[in-house]
Design a protein around this ligand. Structure first.
Ligand code: FYN
Ligand code: ADP
Length: 578
C-alpha cells in the first residue's frame, strides 16, 4: 500500500495479487523472475511469502503441482510471458492430467496489441493457448478484479476433481492503482474451496451389496485416495473388510507396503482373478490396462474380463470410461469411505471376510514373487545393477519413514516401485498418470520446501537430465535433498551402437562414465561417486543425517535395464536385427 499526492492510501496490482494469495493462506510461490513479473517476486518476498526461484519454468510448475498434491492447496507457479508461460504449460497439463491442484500465473502482453497482432514483446494469446490444457483459465484486466480472479482460480483448482488452472495477468495490471480500502474490500477469502461431496445412500448400499457377495474381492487404491487425506478411514475400510488391496504407485504407503493385505506382489494374478474390483481414487486407464485385456505382467497372465467394478470417485463422468462400472459411488473419497464404513458397521458382525481360498491364493502368489525378488536382491554383482543398488535404497527408506521419495526414469522407476516399500502416505512422488520424464528436481524442491523432511530422489540418468540444472536451486536454498542418479550410460541402458560405424554415438547413449556428482560440487553441494552398494549406502545415509544438498552418481552396469522398463511393449522396436 502506498500514499499518493492527496495522501489518500492507495494500493496497486502487485499488492492486490500478493494480498489475495496471502488472504487465502497461500505462502509460497514457485517461479522464475523476468518481464513483467520480476517486481512481483521481489514484493512477494518483501511481504513475507516464500519465493522459490528456479532455472526453468517447467520445474517451477512441477513444484507447484506436487505442492498442491501434498497440501490440498493450489501450488502457485509464476512465470514471465510467452516462452516462460509455454515452459510452464507442460507442468500445467501434467497437473490437470494427474488431478494435482495448481495455478499457473503468467504475465502477458496487453490485449489491445495481442488482439490486433501488432507484434508486442513476447506477444502471445496465452489464455487461448492454455485453455485446452487447463481445468479452467481466467484473465484479469482491472485491479479491482484481482480478488475475484485469484478466488476463482483457487476454487477451480481444488474443488471437485482437482487440476491445473491458468491465470493470465497482463503487464499493465500490476501498476494499476486503486483506493486501498476499496482494494481490500475487493479481495475474497474463499469459503470452503473444496466442498465435501456426499455420496447418495443408494449408491453406497449398491456398492456394499456387491462387495459383500464377492467371492474374490480386490480394492485398488489410487493417488486420488492419497490426495484425499482420509488415511485412517481408508485403512479401516481395508482392514474391516479383510479385502486384499493393490496400491497404485503414488498410493503406496496409504497402508504400509508390508501390510499382510497388500497384493502388490501378486499384481498380475489378482487383477484378472478378482470377481469384484473396488477402485478408490484410481482410474481404469492405461496403468490398469483399461480394465480389460492383458495386464502388464506379460504373456502368461490371464486377461481381464467379466469383473464387476465399484468406483469411488469425485468425478461423475469417470465411470464407464473404459468398461462398465456396476456400482459408481460419486463423491469425495473421505465422505464416500466414511459412508461405506457406516454401512459396514450397521451390518454388525455380519460382514463376511473373503474366502480362505482367495486369500490363500493371493498369499501363495505373493510369497512366490517375494522369494524371487529376495533372491535377486541378494546378489551383489560388480558393477552394481538396479537391484543391488535398490537393495540399499530400500533399507534407507525403511529406516527413514518420514523421508520423501521422488522417483522417475524407466528401469529406475519400475524397479524402485516394486523394490522400495513405502510406510506412510504421500511419501512417494513419481511420474504419475502420464509417465512423464522431468518431474524429478521440481518435485524434490517442493517436497523439501513443503514438508521440511529429507528428500531422496532416485533418478534414471536420462530422467535426471531433464531438470538437472535445478541442483543449483537445491543448493541455493540449502534443501535437504539427496539426488541418486542411477547412471548406466544412457536411455534405458548404455550399450547401443551406431550401426553405420560413423562418428556419432547411438541416439540412446550418453557420455560413458559421466560424473554427475561433479555438477553439484559447482554449487557447493556434496558430490559422491559410488561404485559399490557400501559406498552408495554411506553417501545416502550421510546425506540424510547431514541434510546437506547431495548428488550421488551411482554407477550401474550399462547392460542393465530393458527398453522402457516394464512398459517395453509401448516402445515398438524395429524388426529384430538380422
Ligand atoms: C511388485 N512385485 C513384487 C513386489 N511388488 N514382487 C516382489 N516383491 C514386491 N514387493 C511384482 C508384481 O507382482 C509384478 O509381478 C512385478 O513385480 C511388477 O510389479 P508392478 O511394477 O507393480 O507391476 P506392473 O505390472 O509393472 O504395473 C503396470 C504399470 C507399471 C503400468 C502400472 O508398470 C507402471 O506404473 N509403469 C509406469 C511406467 C512409466 O510411467 N514409465 C515412465 C516413462 S518410461 P507379476 O505380478 O508377476 O506381474 C520411458 O521410457
Ligand atoms: P492412479 O494413477 O493412482 O490410479 P488416477 O490419477 O488415475 O490415480 O486417479 C485419481 C482419481 O481420483 C481421479 O479420477 C480423480 O477424479 C479422483 N480424485 C482425486 N481426488 C479425489 C477426492 N478427493 N475424492 C474423490 N476422488 C478424487
Amino acid at each position: 500500500m502506498t500514499t499518493d499526492a492527496q495522501s489518500q492510501a492507495v494500493t496497486d496490482g502487485f499488492d492486490l495479487v500478493i494480498d489475495a494469495l496471502k488472504l487465502n493462506g497461500i505462502d509460497t510461490i514457485f517461479g522464475l523472475p523476468g518481464i513483467p513479473i520480476t517486481d512481483l517476486t521481489r514484493r512477494a518476498q518483501a511481504a513475507g511469502m516464500r519465493v522459490i526461484s528456479f532455472r526453468h519454468e517447467q520445474n517451477a510448475g512441477n513444484a507447484a503441482a506436487i505442492a498442491g498434491f501434498m497440501t490440498q492447496k493450489p501450488g502457485i507457479c509464476l512465470t514471465v510471458s510467452a516462452p516462460g508461460f509455454l515452459n510452464g504449460l507442460t507442468a500445467l497439463a501434467n497437473a490437470t492430467t494427474n488431478c494435482f491442484p495448481m495455478i499457473l500465473v503468467s504475465g502477458s502482453s496487453e490485449r489491445e496489441i495481442v488482439d490486433l497482432q501488432q507484434g508486442d514483446y513476447e506477444e502471445m494469446d496465452q489464455l487461448a493457448i492454455a485453455r485446452p490444457l487447463a481445468k479452467a483459465a481466467f484473465r484479469v484486466l482491472h485491479a479491482e478484479d484481482i480478488g475475484v480472479g485469484i478466488a476463482r482460480s483457487i476454487r477451480a483448482a481444488v474443488s471437485g476433481r482437482p487440476g491445473g488452472v491458468y491465470l493470465d495477468l497482463p503487464a499493465k495490471l500490476f501498476a494499476q492503482t486503486m483506493d486501498a480500502e476499496a482494494g481490500k474490500r475487493s479481495l475474497i477469502k474463499v469459503v470452503d474451496p473444496a466442498p465435501r461431496q456426499i455420496p447418495a445412500q443408494d449408491a453406497v448400499q449398491r456398492a456394499l451389496a456387491m462387495l459383500k457377495t464377492a467371492k474374490r474381492p480386490l480394492i485398488v487404491l489410487g493417488k486420488g485416495a492419497a490426495y484425499a487425506q482420509a488415511d485412517a478411514d481408508i485403512r479401516a475400510l481395508v482392514e474391516k473388510t479383510g479385502i486384499p488391496y493393490l496400491p497404485m504407485s503414488m498410493a503406496k504407503g496409504l497402508l504400509p507396503d508390508t501390510h499382510e493385505q497388500s497384493a502388490a506382489a501378486a499384481r498380475s494374478y489378482v487383477l484378472p482373478e478378482a470377481d469384484v474390483v473396488m477402485l478408490i481414487g484410481a482410474r481404469l486407464n492405461w496403468l490398469l490396462s483399461h480394465g480389460k485385456g492383458k495386464t502388464w505382467g506379460g504373456k502368461d497372465h490371464k486377461a481381464w474380463g467379466g469383473q464387476k467394478f465399484i468406483q469411488i470417485d469425485i468425478s461423475p463422468q469417470e465411470a464407464d470410461s473404459n468398461v462398465r462400472i456396476d456400482a459408481p459411488v460419486v463423491g469425495d473419497i473421505g465422505s464416500c469411505v466414511s459412508a461405506m464404513l457406516g454401512g459396514i458397521s450397521a451390518m454388525g458382525a455380519n460382514w463376511p471376510q473373503p474366502s480362505a481360498d482367495w486369500l490363500g491364493a493371493v498369499a501363495e502368489r505373493k510369497s512366490k514373487n517375494i522369494a524371487k525378488m529376495a533372491e535377486t536382491l541378494a546378489r551383489n554383482p560388480t558393477p552394481m545393477n538396479f537391484h543391488s543398488a535398490l537393495n540399499v535404497m530400500r533399507d534407507i527408506i525403511k529406516a527413514n519413514p518420514d523421508a520423501i521419495l521422488v522417483n522417475e526414469g524407466a528401469n529406475a522407476l519400475d524397479f524402485t516401485r516394486s523394490i522400495v516399500d513405502m510406510q506412510k502416505p504421500r511419501k512417494r512422488l513419481d511420474v504419475g498418470t502420464w509417465g512423464v520424464m522431468g518431474i524429478g528436481m521440481g518435485f524434490a524442491v517442493a517436497a523439501a520446501v513443503v514438508s521440511g523432511q529429507p528428500v531422496i530422489a532416485i533418478e534414471g540418468d536420462s530422467a535426471f537430465g531433464f531438470s538437472g540444472m535445478e541442483v543449483e536451486t537445491i543448493c541455493r536454498y540449502n534443501l535437504p535433498v539427496c539426488v541418486v542418479v542411477f547412471n548406466n550410460n544412457g536411455v534405458y541402458c548404455g550399450t547401443d551402437v551406431n550401426p553405420t560405424g560413423g562418428p556419432d554415438v547411438a541416439p540412446t547413449v550418453f557420455v560413458k562414465g559421466a560424473r554427475y556428482d561433479k555438477l553439484i560440487e559447482a554449487f557447493g553441494g556434496v558430490g559422491v561417486h559410488a561404485t559399490t552398494p557400501a559406498e552408495l549406502r554411506k553417501a545416502v545415509e550421510e546425506a540424510v543425517r547431514s541434510r546437506k544438498p547431495t548428488l550421488v552418481n551411482a554407477v550401474i552396469d550399462e547392460t542393465a535395464g530393458t527398453e522402457s522398463g516394464r512398459i517395453t511393449s509401448l516402445n515398438p522396436t524395429s524388426a529384430k536385427k538380422k
